[in-house]
Every structure is written in structure tokens, then in C-alpha cells.
Design a binder for this molecule. Sequence first.
Ligand code: NAD
Ligand code: WQD
Length: 339
Amino acid sequence: MKKKILVTGGTGYIGSHTAVELQNAGYEVVIVDNLSNSSADVVDGIERITGKRPTFEQADCTDYAAMERLFAKHKGIAAIIHFAASKAVGESVHKPLLYYRNNLVSLLNLLELMPKHGTEHFVFSSSCTVYGQPDQLPVTEAAPRKPAESPYGNTKQICEDIIADTVKSGAPIKAILLRYFNPTGAHPSAEIGELPLGVPQNLVPFVTQTAAGIRPKLSVFGSDYSTPDGSCVRDYIHVVDLAKAHVVACQRMLEGKSKKAVETFNLGTGRGVSVLEIVRTFEKVTGVKLPYEVVGRRAGDIEQIWADPTFANAELGWYAKETLEATLASAWKWQQRLA
Ligand code: NAD
Ligand code: WQD
């Protein structure tokens, strides 16, 4: 029988791509999302790609009673992939309680309900933000976490700790914490992708909206960093590669292959790319001239970070396969579909 996976935040950007890959791998997908940052139409996109409609429940993970009803209705959930969270770094500085309530209470509810309903496996969406500016690059999972720069980042650290403490207490739960670097791009079909509300804060959606004429020009935040071209360096990973890692993580736990009750993996390409390289590569791939201006640094930005993905490569047998060119081309195709 097909194993049932609960995908919280499954109509969101990364969750929807993961739902596609789970269905392609033969899993039965139940999505729960409160649609606070996504649309129910995304379920249609998942169906158009895979030929199968995932089950969709509109509910809020912070609502314990609603989540209890969901577990009772969808008996036999083998694993949960927990994407649902508020994720805007800047907003979290102004509305910390919203972030602490949403991100922490959602997690607490799921961890309390899992043993009651016999669900043992948990995959958590963490972030490279937990590393701050690492002392050594590329950064491995063994690097110390630095004090969080924002309430959002702090929720990721606290959630990692809550999961570890819960498992340590003897709860019948195994977990995999996935630390994403910079998820980018869209499904090659352009049936699903990222839907930023308002002015995008992330680089690539701003780039594609500028290329589409929605924004007059891109501001490149800083050119005086100690990097090869002076702009910040990040590890941009294709969202489809990222999604596939979740399938592998579920399989690992369901087949009893985890080596520890809580395992942590970096999900990145292992390649650092600067903001100006993004601009140049985007122009090369799309043939569109991108108006941009170098401006001052953005407060709170770290200078450079990229992943050492060796542990995920070796243990999960997972590799980020897509090129930066293919990643940016998919982002542009999705933007053209939206515009
Ligand atoms: P997203 O906003 O597109 O998806 C999150 C989804 O969760 C949305 O559909 C939203 O409606 C839903 N949601 C939020 N709170 C909810 C709640 N209480 N109950 C039910 N649904 C709720 O974001 P994303 O980029 O797909 O991110 C997914 C996860 O990955 C988040 O946990 C995020 O913090 C983490 N992450 C994202 C990035 C990134 O750059 N996108 C990087 C690292 C980690
Ligand atoms: C990338 C680079 C900017 C916009 C954020 C979160 C992090 C994680 C991923 C969730 C930076 C530069 C950007 C623009 C620019 N999310 N930039 N002009 O900052 O690496 O990480 O998203 O966990 O927690 O902090 O990503 O896409 O915002 O920026 O020059 O208009 O692009 O300065 O160097 P970041 P980003």
C-alpha cells in the first residue's frame, strides 16, 4: 500500500514542489495549509504535473483541535514534512509574536499529536540562517549555530531544539532536520512556482519581476564585501532538487535507515554565487537586459555562505543536479507564466 505523507504548508513554494516529487515517487499526499501565503489553485498545478490530485485540507496548524480532526480523518499518516511557517525575515522583526506563535505552536501541536496517532517520522524545514556568518566556508552541519539575526531565524533554532529535546525525552519520533540554502526557480513545466506577495524580498523573484518590467530596476545591495566581485555570495539551489531531498529523507526514515534519531543535513549545491553573477547569468540565459544599480548594504545581510553538502551526498545519496543556468531559466519561465 502507498504510504501516506502529511505535507504541512503544501500549497506553498517548496511544499508544492515536494508534493509533486512525493506523488511521482508513489506516495499518497495529504496537504494541510491555511492559505495565509498561498492559493488553493496550486493543487490544480500539482494535479496537472502529476496526473493525480493530492488531498487538500484547509486548516491552521496552530489550531490543535483542527489538527486533531485531521489526524483522525486521515488515519495512518506515516510521516510528516513540516513546511508550514511564516518566513519573511524583515516582517519577523516588526511582528515577532506572530512569528513565535505561528512557527512554534504549529510545531508543538504536531509533535504532541504524532504519538497519539502513531506517526513516527518527521521532516523539518530548517534554514542555513541558523549558521549566521560561518567562521569557515563551505559550512558543514558541525559548524556552531550563531545567535539568530531575526525572530524568524530564532524560530528555526528553537524549533530544531524543540525537536531534539522531544526525541531525547523518549517520544517515539525520528526526525530529519533539513537546512536549506537559497531555494530558487520553479518546476520546469511552469505549472507551479514561487508566488511572492507584494515587493519580493528575495533576489531571484526581484530579478525576474524587473526583467518582466514590473520593477524599474534591481538594487544590488553592496559591492564592498570581501568577496571576489564585492557583492554577497550565496548557494542558490533549484527548488526541484530541494524537493527531491525530502522524498529521500522520508524514504530513509520509513526504511529504518536513519543512523540517529535526529539527523541534520545541509541542502545546497556546494557552490557560492555572487549577486552580480546572478545578474550576468540571468542575462545570458534569458537574453533579457537587466537594469540594475549598486546601492548600499542591506542591514542584517551576511557577507557569504555556501554549503558543504558532502554529508547529504554520502548519507542520502542525494545531489543537487541542476545548473544555475537551468535554475534561472525555470524562474524566468515561471515569471512569464505569471505576468
Ligand atoms: P511559503 O510561504 O511559500 O510556504 C509556506 C506555506 O505554509 C504557505 O502556503 C502558508 O500558507 C502555509 N502556512 C503558514 N502558516 C501556516 C499555518 N499555521 N497552518 C497552515 N499553513 C500555514 O514558504 P516556502 O518558501 O515554501 O517555505 C517553506 C518552509 O521552508 C518554511 O518553513 C520556511 O521557513 C522554510 N525555508 C524557506 C526558505 C526560502 O528561502 N524559501 C529557506 C529556508 C527555509
Ligand atoms: C540573496 C542576496 C542580498 C534582494 C533569506 C533569508 C534566509 C533564507 C533565505 C529562510 C543577498 C541580495 C537581494 C535584492 C539584492 N530564508 N539582494 N537585491 O538574504 O540569503 O536569505 O532567504 O530561511 O533566512 O534571510 O536571500 O534572496 O534575500 O538575498 O542585492 O533586491 O541577494 O543582499 O546578498 P538571503 P535573499
